[in-house]
Design a binder for this molecule. Structure first.
Ligand code: SAH
Ligand code: SF4
Ligand code: F3S
Length: 450
């Protein structure tokens, strides 16, 4: 297989400049790198300066209403840029493109190109259509597309850690969630292309890969399931750290935990979104596990990986949420003692099961109050979790200079916690043993031991 065939193809275009702005989850960050790869193969040149762009693509998110509102705000600003440069093309790609389709062509903020998450190979044609004065639209979802052999153009530039997409779509249909509608059915990417990408990253100096999907535990191609894929990725080199996101609690198997325990370079960090601590609520959410089932998986993680950090996602104020159900979420948080959590106020999404059948009936003020209680508790739990690390030693993978203090280095522990420490003779991509001497709720501070 010629993995980097796009990179080797001669330039065909006239060097028109492409700028891409990315919103939403890590899947979108990965998709932008695919988009840039596809467009470069057609001769477009990537720029990180919006003012010199000939084409602006906005890779969008629909997960909550405020995510879409931000993008509408950006589109209004694009109007100004287009006035200054009439030949400028603007496209919406990603989840919001899939959700709103042709509607995005209309109105004062109307765009020239609309491409859904499975239509990126078609972007050059869509752009040509727009260049010749038409509109380029493709929002077809696929049951097969995984962009398996397209080598993403890495835009992150730390050169140490990269995301590798291993599957697309989602079949879980949690009742509140728009993702199964914007990204289509779940499909796994061919294992050999995943591993070829991981090997090529390692050869190019990367020291950490995160395997990405909405529900990585259900990965399967032929004989290779997720634990086996992790084992193979982690076997590329003991110097390569391997992470993954996201795990659905219903599929978090003992076999995966065994595989993690047997390979020290698989990171001790699991993101296990709970969404709620009340079984009655989990049922309305169609999460397919109970509070007890979730806690059983937490106990299994602690058994196999006593040193593992556990993070989560929580939603406040979903349909019919009672005070008891909210209290159950708070008590679950205490019981697990999360290292970190993403916490959201429920936002009703058009087309979802909840929007059709479960009323958005928790008053906004109640949602906000519950969310602030969740956030306040997590601040307490997170600080306690960070404090437990003070006095301990960790192996830190250096990612670059600290943002706050360029005289210091910043890196991460296997548990995914940021550590800031004195520069010494170390550089980006090094593994350094660090003793933790202090912390805030989001950063550990330490001193290098070697
Ligand atoms: N596939 C991942 C999550 C993807 S979306 C998983 O299942 O864990 C990231 C998070 O956004 C979800 O975990 C959920 O907490 C939140 N979310 C999804 N839909 C939402 C909605 N309609 N309102 C508020 N939060 C939502
Ligand atoms: Fe959404 Fe549920 Fe799929 Fe996650 S698992 S993307 S929350 S439907
Ligand atoms: Fe948003 Fe789509 Fe990701 S809705 S969270 S960008 S899958």
């Amino acid at each position: 297989m010629q993995f980097d065939k796009h990179a080797l193809r001669p330039l065909q275009g006239d060097g028109r400049k492409l700028f891409v702005e990315t919103y939403g989850c890590q899947m979108n960050v990965g998709d932008t790198e695919i988009v840039v790869s596809v467009m470069q193969a057609e001769g477009y040149v990537y720029t990180d300066r919006i003012d010199e762009a000939d084409i602006i693509l906005i890779n969008t998110c629909s997960i909550r209403d405020n995510a879409e509102q931000r993008i509408w705000g950006r589109l209004a600003e694009m109007k100004r840029l287009r006035r200054a440069k009439p030949s400028l093309l603007v496209g919406i790609i990603g989840c919001m493109a899939e959700r709103l389709k042709e509607q995005l062509l209309e109105g004062p903020c109307g765009v020239d190109i609309v491409a859904g998450p499975d239509a990126y190979r078609d972007l050059p044609r869509l752009v040509r259509e727009a260049e010749s004065g038409g509109k380029g639209v493709n929002v077809l979802l696929s049951t097969e597309e995984t962009y398996a052999e397209i080598a993403p153009v890495r835009l992150d530039r730390n050169g140490v850690s990269a995301f590798v997409s291993i599957m697309r779509g989602c079949n879980n249909f949690c009742s509140y969630c728009v993702v199964p509608y914007t990204r289509g059915r779940e499909r796994s990417r061919d294992a050999e292309t995943v591993l070829a990408e991981v090997r090529s990253l390692f050869e190019n100096g990367y020291r950490e890969v995160t395997l990405l999907g909405q529900n990585v535990n259900s990965y399967r191609t032929g004989e290779v399931d997720f634990p086996e894929l992790m084992r193979r990725a982690a076997s590329v080199s003991p110097l390569l750290r391997v992470r993954f996101a996201t795990s659905h609690p219903k599929d978090m198997s003992d076999r995966l935990l065994e595989t993690m325990a047997s390979m020290p370079n698989i990171c001790r960090s699991i993101h296990l979104p709970a969404q709620s601590g009340a079984t009655s609520m989990l049922e309305r959410m169609n999460r397919k596990y109970t509070r007890e089932g979730y806690l059983d998986r937490i106990a299994a993680i602690r058994r196999y990986l006593p040193d593992c950090s556990i993070t989560t996602d929580l939603i406040a104020g979903f349909s019919g949420e009672t005070e008891e159900e909210h209290a159950a979420t708070l008590s679950l948080m205490r019981e697990v003692g999360y290292d970190f959590a993403y916490m959201f106020k429920y936002s009703e999404r058009p087309g979802t099961f909840a929007q059709r059948h479960l009323p958005d009936n928790v008053p906004d003020a109640v949602k906000s109050r519950r969310l602030s209680e969740i956030i306040a508790l997590q601040n307490e739990l997170g600080l306690a979790a960070y404090r437990r690390n003070v006095g301990r030693e960790f192996e830190v993978l250096v990612e670059g200079p600290s943002k706050r203090d360029a005289g210091k280095l910043s890196g991460r522990t296997s548990q995914n916690k940021v550590v800031v420490f004195d520069r010494g003779t170390h550089g980006v991509g090094d593994y350094v043993r660090v003793r933790i001497t202090g912390c805030t709720a989001a950063t550990l501070f330490g001193e290098a031991l070697d």
